[in-house]
Design a protein around this ligand. Structure first.
Ligand code: A2P
Length: 347
């Protein structure tokens, strides 16, 4: 690996930005300089990383001078404004927001699935939505061998996917309900009704805003991103996305109909051999993936594998991953690792 990579993190003070820093350290990413960027509010703030002090700077266009790789996770508006500035100054942008995901010029990459797409970039590579990432990692080996006609997926998404304030909401509404007080939630969901719904002791079948077709924006991301990643506009995806009172780790109940018939044992061996997948599937031992145990891990956990009772080509599975790591920070750092290991920092 090249050792003279200058890295910047935009949104370094946020939940994903912090996880990006931790993941670079965990992976011993060979950066020679690391620049932490956030809003003006955080400029001057000191951050300790592996015994060294870093000072957060304001994210402005000039900050990208000399940067080779810029990891963005400061919201779509910041990416729309600053990613082109970073590219103009010679940086490769890996963007964790939805700003560029459906742009035909921008590769949407999950390294285990369509890693090669990243090499066609024109300065920006997009990181998919967290729920899409873990689903396509689990489905990829099945898709490659048997093809996939249809996916019906229900998500059980953690509070952390909506940011630090949503985690605070979950904790604080749980405490209020346990005390017997009226809960007051601040962020989940952005409700037009008189009060916001608590996440504690509750499930919210809404993530992001509703579109005209009755699906939420989060659900439509799963439809459109899955097709783009597999380069297959024929896959039918029917999602329902829900927020559950879990802090870290998204879970998904995934039902797929393959194009060709399969044997369950073969699906298990394919998944056992798949990059980035851990199979936890032993009903006799009550072994199955759970977000509590997936939190902090880099892999995608798959279990509850079973054939449909009625549809010959139908398969059900339970898929869990840390939404902040594989769903965001780790997928971005993994793209950066592949990039420098293949092409150095030249592009
Ligand atoms: P700041 O802490 O200075 O507000 P989260 O998703 O956890 O809320 O984090 C959002 C991240 O995006 C934070 O690091 C935040 O920095 C950063 N951010 C928000 N607005 C801007 C902006 N206008 N310019 C640069 N960074 C921003």
């Amino acid at each position: 690996m090249s050792r003279d990579v200058n890295v910047a993190i935009v949104g370094a003070t946020g939940a994903v930005g912090q996880a990006m820093i931790a993941t670079l350290e965990r992976r011993k990413f060979p950066y020679s300089t690391l620049k932490l960027l956030a809003s003006k509010r955080s400029a001057g703030q000191e951050v300790q990383i592996s015994g060294r002090t870093y000072v957060v700077e304001e994210a402005v266009p000039e900050a990208f001078k000399g940067i080779d790789i810029a990891l963005f996770s400061a919201g779509g508006d910041v990416s729309l404004k600053l990613a082109p500035e970073a590219v103009k100054r010679g940086a490769l942008v890996i963007d964790n927001t939805s700003a560029y995901r459906m742009d035909p010029e921008v590769p949407l990459v999950v390294p285990e699935v369509n890693g090669e797409d990243m090499f066609g970039h024109k300065g920006i590579i997009a990181n998919p939505n967290c729920s899409t990432i873990q689903m396509v990692v689990a489905l990829n080996p099945i898709y490659r061998k048997y093809g996939i006609k249809r996916i019906v997926v229900s998500t059980y998404q953690a509070a952390s996917g909506a940011g630090q304030r949503a985690i605070n909401d979950l904790r604080q509404t749980a405490q209020a309900i346990l005390r017997g007080d009226e809960p007051y939630a601040e962020v989940l969901p952005v409700s037009k009704l008189s009060k916001h719904y608590p996440l504690a002791f509750n499930i919210l079948p809404q993530i992001d805003v509703f579109e005209e077709n009755g699906y939420t924006k989060e659900e439509m991301k799963m439809v459109n991103e899955t097709r783009k990643i597999f380069h297959d506009q024929e896959i039918a995806v029917t999602p329902t996305a829900a927020r559950v009172p879990v802090v870290y780790g998204h879970s998904e109940s995934v039902y797929v109909e393959t194009r060709a018939p399969f044997q369950l044992e073969d699906i298990k061996s394919l998944l056992n051999a798949a990059d980035g997948v851990v199979v936890q599937d032993d009903p006799a031992q009550q072994l199955y993936p759970q977000p509590y145990y997936a939190a902090g891990q880099l892999e995608v956990f798959v279990g509850r594998l079973r054939k449909d009772l009625y549809e010959d080509n139908g398969l059900s599975m339970w898929v869990v991953a840390d939404n902040i790591l594989k769903g965001a920070a780790w997928n971005a750092v993994q793209i950066a690792e592949r990039w420098i290991s293949r092409d150095g920092v030249k592009h």
